[in-house]
Design a protein around this ligand. Structure first.
Ligand code: SF4
Ligand code: SF4
Length: 443
């Protein structure tokens, strides 16, 4: 701490927002890191205090405590809906993390490696994602994931392999029967004819995203098929178009803003009236564009406008007529992605949709609102805390005696799916949209 520190250039302009915190402490019980560590500095109130100290020049940006406690924050935003003052914690965290990145913080340095490799250019991204899909198809990641002793905390490499294995299309165990016979899959999806959907339907722009496009294409195509089944027309934004969520999370706010501008321009060019995404993290970021670009006169209004047109696939589908699904006799636990529940306030639509599947016993996992520890690259850079949160989540999965866990965010799918793999639990993690599409009746 130094009385002569220079006020932060990124946090100082946020001082009005920082001052909305009245230190009431209502957010403390909602915070997973405060629950785990019991340290005020690892609570929302403590982190806001550190941010304010940096903004006012009372604390150096390079101060170890600022780095340590910000890096430990999951960015789960569970502190936002419980805050009576409406503190916009997620936006403030993005600015604080951007400050950390400018001084090359640990999280920023590590997070930047995959971000730079996969997102630096579209072609580099294509090569990187293709390599990962080939690696996944080889079966090696699954073998590595299951090679160690169950019950022991896996190392970073083993866990990364498990996360990759967990992105595979669902074809195992209970989910084998979810896949439509190939002949019916072809009949249901004819890209040459259906790419634009029925002639008079609403036009939806589909955000394929980056991780969703790279590793969860099957979920993107499932979203498209369900939109067509509801009579909508669809237009895809450019392949691999990243919304900037991961960059903002890792402190690369300037890159995130540039990606936001590109996404806005691509959406405007599509002529669509709705922007549909199946990733909770992407939808939350798109709804934050107005905040990210509020100092950009050319984009501020457009960013606010796009935020109003973004819909999660589950909420969009839940508002439409019921489709017919084949029965699935199984027990499923729903886990709410933090960026769907806390950042967007969407709770019931995914559960309501899953309840439309005959014979499927759907329960919400106990403490479904608690973060699973995925949080972007958190699982790789904060292994111990992430594993603690994952263990708690897996204990709740086991206690609920479910065979399937449904959650609508790529990070959560990878975290819970990887945890089930390395701990050899008879549980599969699946995206609700993939499940619904796989069981859709066409006659
Ligand atoms: S609940 Fe809101 S106002 Fe109260 S301490 Fe937490 S962030 Fe500050
Ligand atoms: S974002 Fe999550 S981990 Fe970070 S302070 Fe808020 S509740 Fe705690």
């Amino acid at each position: 701490m130094s009385a002569s520190s220079v006020p932060s250039t990124r946090l100082a302009p946020q001082i009005d927002d920082l001052l909305t915190c009245v230190h009431c402490g209502f957010c403390l019980p909602a915070c997973p890191t405060y629950e785990l560590l019991g340290d005020e500095n690892d609570s929302p109130r403590g982190r806001l205090y550190l941010m304010r100290a940096v903004a006012e020049g009372r604390l150096e940006v390079e101060d170890r405590s600022f780095a340590l406690h910000l890096d430990r924050c999951l960015g789960c935003r569970a502190c936002e809906p419980v805050c009576p003052s409406g503190v916009r914690y997620g936006t403030l965290l993005a600015h604080a993390r951007a400050e950390r990145t400018t001084v090359a913080g640990a999280l920023g340095r590590i997070a930047r490696i995959p971000l730079d490799l996969l997102f630096a250019s579209r072609w580099l991204g294509r090569i990187g994602w293709t390599f990962l899909r080939l690696l996944r198809a080889s079966g090696i990641p699954r073998l590595v994931a299951r090679a160690g002793r169950a019950g022991r905390m896996p190392g970073r490499v083993r866990f990364a392999m498990a996360m990759l294995a967990a992105t595979a299309p669902r074809a195992r165990g209970k989910l084998r029967r979810v896949r439509r016979p190939r002949r019916r899959r072809r009949a249901a999806w004819r890209p040459d004819v259906d790419a634009a959907g029925p002639p008079d339907g609403d036009l939806l722009a589909l955000l394929d995203g980056c991780v969703m496009w790279g590793l969860f294409r099957h979920v993107n195509r499932a979203t498209e098929r369900l939109a067509h089944a509801q009579g909508a027309r669809t237009a895809r934004l450019p392949a691999g178009q990243c919304c900037g969520a991961l960059h903002a999370h890792a402190g690369e706010l300037d890159v995130a803003r540039e990606l936001a501008r590109r996404t806005i321009a691509a959406f405007e060019a599509s002529g669509a009236t709705t922007l549909l995404t199946n990733s909770a993290g992407c939808a939350a970021a798109l709804k934050d564009y107005g905040d990210w670009l509020r100092d950009d006169p050319a984009f501020e209004k457009r960013a606010q406008w796009i935020g109003k047109l973004v819909r999660n696939a589950s909420e969009w589908l839940a508002e439409r007529p019921r489709l017919s699904y084949r029965p699935l006799p199984a027990r499923l636990g729903y886990d709410a992605p933090c960026h769907l529940l806390h950042a967007q306030g969407i709770d019931d639509p995914p559960v309501g949709l899953l309840l439309q599947i005959p014979d499927l016993d759907v329960v919400k996992l106990p403490r479904s609102e608690r973060c699973c520890g995925a949080a972007g690259v958190y699982g790789l850079v904060q292994r111990r805390l992430s594993e603690d949160l994952l263990q708690r989540k897996l204990s709740e999965v086991v206690a609920t005696n479910v065979e399937l866990v449904a959650t609508g965010n790529p990070g959560c799918l990878m975290q819970i799916g990887a945890g089930a793999l390395v701990h050899r639990l008879p549980v599969e993690a699946v995206h609700p949209i993939e499940l619904l599409d796989g069981l859709l009746e066409f006659e």
